[in-house]
Design a protein around this ligand. Structure first.
Ligand SMILES: [Zn+2]
Ligand SMILES: [Zn+2]
Length: 264
């Protein structure tokens, strides 16, 4: 007679059974608190650490996306521009949407996702974006979803473009939008994360261009894995505006909002 708890454990399909076996042979531990992970939902973080990573909630700046200090807990209050953005419309990126602060489990997840070939993190990160979009964004607000492109040799080396994986993961929410891959990198750039704030704008200046005219007159949502200084999304938006895009907003799972400086 198999004990009840074990029966439950082994009663799933082959996939569950293999997962159980994998858990025994190759135990997985949370990268933050080192507790044992028992599901495959998120291979690197336990649900508690994942949930504890600070989310961006209302009210936040309606241009740069950073949360307003000192007004936390106001819940349903509508969003408004922060002191840095007030009266200074952005030249290229109209507004930035971000789901979480670039901190704790989410910043670890994004670094793993980008630099260590951990493709499986696309799913929990896209899930985070969908949760945010359902609360804050209009599913019909955009015509085109554009991932920040990698230079082809970089993409070959990594095996995937992390921004494209996120874009595919959230595409179902944006009912009027099509995936558009006409934005590309003209030249290789150094990883923004390896540079000081002042060097980042220079590193990506003029690095992007658009093929064809599919963005002409379109409302574009540009997607990246993290927005740190805003240099990359600004340059992408500049190229897309030059190619006739009507407006460009940017969306990322995380914002390092202490450092965001938009070109105005
Ligand atoms: Zn944990
Ligand atoms: Zn702002």
């Amino acid at each position: 007679m198999i004990p009840h708890s074990l029966r439950l454990h082994f009663s799933g399909d082959w996939h569950d059974w293999l997962l159980t076996l994998k858990n025994i042979l190759l135990p997985m531990y949370c990268k933050i608190c080192h507790s044992r992970l028992l599901t495959e939902e998120n291979l690197f973080f336990c649900p508690r650490c994942w949930e504890a990573s600070p989310r961006i909630e209302r009210p936040f700046c309606s241009f740069c996306g950073k949360p307003h200090q000192g007004v936390a807990g106001l819940g349903e209050q509508s969003n408004f521009p922060c002191a840095d953005c007030r009266g200074k419309p952005n030249l290229f990126v109209r507004r930035i949407w971000g789901c979480a602060q670039y901190a704790d489990a989410i910043s670890r997840a994004i670094r793993l996702f980008k630099f260590y070939d951990k493709e499986t993190l696309a799913e929990p990160l896209a899930e985070l974006m969908l949760e945010f979009a359902e609360k804050e964004m209009d599913p019909e607000a955009y015509d085109c979803l554009v991932p920040v492109p990698l230079y082809p040799s970089r993409e070959r080396e990594r095996g995937y473009n992390q921004a494209l994986l996120l874009t595919e993961g959230i595409a179902g929410f944006f009912t009027t939008a099509q995936l558009d891959l006409s934005l590309y990198r003209i030249r290789p750039t150094r990883a923004q994360s390896s540079l000081k704030s002042a060097e980042r704008a220079e590193n990506v200046r003029g690095a992007f261009a658009v093929r064809g005219d599919s963005l002409e007159g379109k409302r574009v949502l540009l997607i990246d894995d993290v927005i740190t200084t805003g240099g990359t999304v600004t340059e992408c938006a500049r190229a897309m505006k030059r190619a006739g895009a009507l407006e460009v907003d940017a969306f990322a799972p995380a914002l390092a909002f202490a450092t965001i400086r938009l070109d105005r």
